[in-house]
Design a protein around this ligand. Structure first.
Ligand SMILES: [Zn+2]
Length: 308
């Protein structure tokens, strides 16, 4: 891997789909990018705009029936209730672009050792339906594309979102080359949790110390035993103690330490990492933005240690 210059960042303004008044703040993507640019953590030159994923790439994960439903916009009230989002062509385009963004982030991570997507991590999307704010599973699409073209053989998903990665677990359940790890609040959505290769379902109220201890206990052996060519890290902001959708008790500092630990453990074993942001619904919008910015700040530091 070559490691020259700045941490590659993937982002596009069109991620900000209009979903009306909603707990999911799609404006966070632009706000994160703006804050990181304004403080000088990233530069305009480091930001890459993705192409939308091709339908054939989406079809590596999603069924033909679901694809045509999305393309033709045939979403019933029931489908929208499950998705928990209003379907629109703008949303569809944002998610195709976001899947393209995760593919690009994966490729940049392989080239440069580390790359960050200011978006993505829609881990509740299944092959035949979307749910929980997730229309298509961008990370699964990226991994299938990279496996299909021979860029990687083996991969791991480190899903540190508050919610269990049910769609990702189901998609890769019979694909031993892709190891799925999810650490999440057990007593929360999704009700039905198809098994990941390793699930750590946490009791309500778990805080920084126990969370970090568990990551440090489990992740090294996954890296060493599974030997992934690439890790996709879902750095969800929603394990935060002031999140509206969760009851884990991580602090801002604890979440930053989580990011640093994951990146350090991968770097110590020379495993490239592609970062996706995933969820974040803090009471104060500013906190969600700050948690995601901290992930990128940790990545910039780690990228410099890789030899930049
Ligand atoms: Zn979540």
């Amino acid at each position: 891997m070559s490691v020259v210059g700045e941490l590659p960042i993937v982002w596009d303004e069109a991620y900000e789909a209009d979903i009306g008044v909603h707990v999911f703040p799609t404006r966070k993507y632009r706000a994160i990018r703006d804050r990181l640019l304004n403080e000088g953590t990233i530069s305009e030159d480091s930001i890459r705009r993705p192409q939308p994923a091709a339908d054939e790439q989406i079809a590596l994960v999603h069924t033909a029936g679901y694809l045509s439903k999305m393309t033709e916009g045939r979403f019933s009230r029931q489908d929208e209730l499950l998705l928990e989002l209003p379907y629109s062509n703008q949303l569809k385009q944002a998610m195709w672009l976001c899947a393209g963004g995760s593919i690009l982030t994966g490729r940049l991570a392989l080239e440069r050792g580390l790359a960050a997507h200011l978006g993505g991590g829609f881990h509740h999307a299944f092959p035949d339906h979307g749910e929980g704010f997730c229309l298509i599973n961008d990370v699964a699409v990226a991994l299938r594309v990279l496996r299909a073209d021979g860029s990687i053989e083996r991969a791991a998903v480190f899903d540190c979102d508050l919610h269990q990665g049910n769609g990702t677990a189901a998609i890769f359940s019979e694909e031993p080359e892709v190891y799925t790890f999810s650490i999440h609040q057990q007593n929360n959505y999704p009700m039905w949790k198809p098994p990941s290769d390793r699930d750590l379902g946490l009791a309500d109220g778990i805080g920084d110390t126990e969370y970090l201890r568990l990551l440090r206990e489990y992740l090294p052996s996954i890296l060493e035993d599974h030997r992934p060519d690439l890790v996709f890290y879902l750095a969800g902001a929603d394990p935060y103690r002031e999140d509206q959708l969760g009851r884990l008790e991580l602090s801002l500092d604890g979440l930053r330490e989580r990011d640093e630990s994951v990146l350090e453990m991968c770097a110590a074993r020379q495993v490239p990492v592609a970062i996706a942001l995933a969820g974040g619904y803090a009471l104060r919008f500013e906190d969600t933005v700050e948690i995601h910015c901290n992930t990128v700040r940790a990545a910039v530091k780690q990228f410099e240690l890789l030899g930049n």
